[in-house]
Design a protein around this ligand. Structure first.
Ligand SMILES: Nc1ncnc2c1ncn2[C@@H]1O[C@H](COP(=O)(O)OP(=O)(O)OP(=O)(O)O)[C@@H](O)[C@H]1O
Length: 295
């Protein structure tokens, strides 16, 4: 469990994180989304005990990071994959972490396998691509077999295959009762991985909830083989279809409700999907104002 309660972080008169609150429950993968400079890293650093909050409280499994008896056994953290020592090999990097954590050495090879670096363990990190460093960072985070994972921009530098691999790994971690919080500045990068979203802009939370609810907030787009008959059927079901410029119907509810109304009226649907333009729009409006110092 991760709990962030009314956390604020000021740098002089600048408020980097402004009264931020959210929770991440066991069994879920939460995406912490926002444009560059929104306050994601600062919030994660506060959770990791690296930056003190000006006010508010951030806890992992009910305790401040510094109050955890052996933190690496409770929470795996990766804040900056690119910052790993370039002169050490992947195996050496894990060996140092394993010694600090007090985990058996055999776990090093296991973790290299898990992250797909079994053949690269003997190479220096300086020769790794950013995607490989992300994998090594995730291996380090997993080393202590924690219940919680906190990853800052783990998809950064990963190719589509790497992102797919990470998705499987994190979903599997959550399916076994783990709690995952990962940040990203790209919705598209994490959309298929996360089930919850916390969206931050200019230091403040602007939206949070289940991914499905946030996406469905924009309603459903549907197209039938007989468009007028489909519209009539939706109206009979108490829904109010509006025609889009692309010729589909937009309905302000979830796809299941729309599909059921169409099926009950024996209307053949050829396309149906969530209209996630709302979330994309929210993102674009946030990304438009990156430099808050200049504001
Ligand atoms: N030590 C610091 N001193 C002054 N300002 C800081 C400090 N650390 C962060 N900031 C500012 O706080 C704001 C939030 O930064 P933060 O790194 O948390 O954003 P972010 O959402 O993680 O973005 P990015 O993906 O670019 O790291 C930025 O405007 C940043 O310049």
């Amino acid at each position: 469990m991760i709990t962030v309660e009314n956390v604020t972080r000021r740098y002089g008169s600048f408020v980097a994180v402004d009264n931020v609150s959210f929770e991440c429950a066991p069994g879920t993968v939460t995406g912490f989304l926002g444009p560059n400079g929104a306050g994601k890293s600062t919030t994660l650093r506060i959770l990791a005990g690296l930056t003190p909050a000006s006010s508010g409280r951030a806890t992992i499994s009910g305790r401040d990071y510094h109050a955890l008896p052996n933190p690496g056994r409770v929470v795996g953290i990766m804040l900056d994959a690119a910052a790993q020592h370039p002169g050490r090999t992947g195996s050496e990097t894990l060996r140092l972490a394993a010694t600090a954590l007090g985990v058996p050495r055999q776990r090093i090879g296991e973790m290299l396998d898990v992250v797909g670096l079994a053949d690269a363990g003997g190479r220096r990190v300086g020769q790794y691509s950013l995607g490989m460093r992300q994998r090594l960072g995730i291996a380090t985070a997993l080393l202590g077999d924690p219940q919680v994972l906190i990853l800052d921009e783990p998809a950064n530098g990963m190719d589509p295959e790497g992102i797919r691999w990470m998705r499987e790994l994190l979903r599997d971690f959550a399916a076994r009762g783990g709690t995952v919080l990962l940040s990203s500045h790209l919705l598209s990068e994490v959309q298929a991985t996360v089930d919850h979203l916390v969206v931050i802009g200019r230091g403040r939370i602007v939206a949070q909830g289940k991914l499905a609810d946030l996406l469905h907030g924009g309603g459903t787009l549907v197209r039938g083989i007989d468009q007028p008959a489909l519209a009539a059927a939706l109206q009979r079901a108490g829904l109010q279809p509006e025609q889009t410029s692309a010729g589909a119907w937009r309905v302000a509810t979830d796809p299941e409700t729309v599909a059921k109304a169409a099926m009950d009226a024996r209307q053949l649907v050829v396309e149906i999907r969530s209209d996630d333009a709302g979330l994309e729009d929210l993102f674009f409006s946030l990304t438009g104002d990156v430099d808050r110092h200049a504001a």
